[in-house]
Design a protein around this ligand. Structure first.
Ligand code: PLP
Length: 406
């Protein structure tokens, strides 16, 4: 294993000390939501016990402090995405809201009949349905890039599907169902060469490796705070400021306006343009703390997780009747699998009895499951606080489940 002090890291996450059904918790559902380090929990507590006030409004000290902390969190987001400028960093509820915002605000005024939105077959519903809906409303068409049997985007097909009608390409940086890391730089380069804008759904990437939106070359990047060790209810949409400023906002109210008059209202530029009303102040501040927590350990954590992935893959492959779904050469630490004779939900329930939390079902990727002819899979998804001992617990419990299901 690469050098990584996982014992020290685990002490930062209070929940990892609890037991579940009389066993120590083995939390392997990180792709659904990650656990929170104490610094994040404390940041929420500190905000409400020491700083609570509305932002961008008051002249009093508390409001000034809350505003400073909120904007400092935005600076952490910019740093996290490899940016010097916070201008394009919009706080939203999560990746879902970020993608819907682009579909609604960019799509509604830029798409027309005959235009194409190119997706991939491995998208999460959050990166399918907003495009379907905006396509129905504008007359544009959703086009889907197929995936290979190993769970990779078929790049040859992708190139072939790009054309002058492609106005936007939207794809996951990392597949939540399979763990596949998509060749985001190459896909973005090809899409941009075809004249399309690119939105990357970074929900599953941000928790696992360094994201640099400038190096990616994309136009929009969305991720959720709760999957990156921050709270629920907060996330980020980054967009090129000139694109965001040209997009009509879709929610209206306090803070996003420049001037209101019954004769007409003008709006501020991004990011405030898209942050109508009182935002999730404590959530944003705690997300900033989460990002500051992971940035210094990101590279080492990634190497460590890759070693966990290799060990877990080897152990699971040795289990009779277990099939891994999605074996792309580049993956984050996510393993989707099925077992002969057992429904994924049965596997999940049997593992739960051993204190092991995994996800089962379609993972909000029904089209991908259909592509593989499956109703769902069991999915173990790891974070840097997981251990080789937990990989062992998973393998032992699965072996036990196999015998019971047989
Ligand atoms: N995109 C991907 C790839 C995801 O895995 C998820 C959540 O699982 C989402 C989008 C939606 O994220 P949220 O529910 O936090 O908005």
């Amino acid at each position: 294993m690469p050098a990584f002090d996982v014992a020290a890291i685990r002490k930062d996450f209070p929940i990892l000390g609890r037991s579940v059904r009389g066993r120590p918790l083995t939390y392997l559902d990180n792709a659904a939501t990650s656990q929170k380090p104490l610094v994040v929990i404390k940041a929420l507590e500190r905000y409400y016990s020491e700083q609570n006030a509305n932002v961008h409004r008051g002249v009093h000290l508390l409001s000034e402090e809350a505003t400073t902390a909120y904007e400092a969190a935005r600076a952490s987001v910019a740093k996290f995405l490899g940016l010097k400028d916070t201008r394009g960093c919009v706080f939203v509820r999560g990746a879902t809201e970020g993608i819907n915002l682009v579909a609604e605000c960019w799509g509604r005024s830029n798409l027309k009949a005959g235009d194409e939105i190119l997706l991939t077959h491995l998208e999460h519903h959050a990166n399918i349905v907003p495009w379907q809906v905006i396509a129905e409303r504008t007359g544009a068409k959703v086009v889907v890039t197929p995936v290979t049997p190993r769970g990779e985007v078929d790049l040859v097909a992708f190139k072939g599907l790009l054309n002058a009608r492609t106005k936007l390409v939207a794809f996951a940086h990392v597949s939540n169902a399979l763990g596949t890391v998509n060749p985001a730089v190459e896909m973005t380069r090809l899409a941009k060469a075809a004249g399309a804008l690119v939105l990357i759904d970074g929900c599953q990437a941000a928790a696992h490796f360094k994201v640099d939106v400038t190096a990616l070359g994309c136009d929009f990047y969305a991720f959720s705070g709760h999957k990156t060790f921050g709270p629920t209810g907060i996330g980020v949409l980054w967009g090129r400021p000139e694109l965001l400023d040209a997009m009509p906002p879709y929610q209206f109210g306090g803070d996003m306006i420049r001037k209101v008059d019954f004769a007409g209202t003008t709006f501020r530029e991004a990011p405030e343009r898209f942050e109508a009303g009182t935002p999730d102040i404590s959530g944003a501040i705690a997300l900033g703390v989460a990002l500051e927590y992971i940035m210094p350990i990101q590279a080492a954590a990634h190497a460590y997780e890759q070693a966990l992935l290799a060990a877990a893959t080897e152990r699971l492959k040795a289990i009779k009747g277990l099939t891994i779904v999605g074996e792309a050469p580049e993956k984050v630490a996510v393993i989707s699998f099925n077992m002969e004779g057992g429904h994924p939900h049965d596997i999940g329930t049997l593992l739960d009895a051993d204190g092991i939390a995994i996800r089962t079902g379609h993972h909000c990727c029904m089209p991908l499951m259909k592509h593989y002819g499956l109703s769902g899979t069991a999915r173990a998804s790891f974070a840097f606080y997981n251990t080789l001992e937990e990989v062992d617990c998973l393998a032992v419990s699965l072996e036990k489940a196999r015998k019971m299901m047989a």
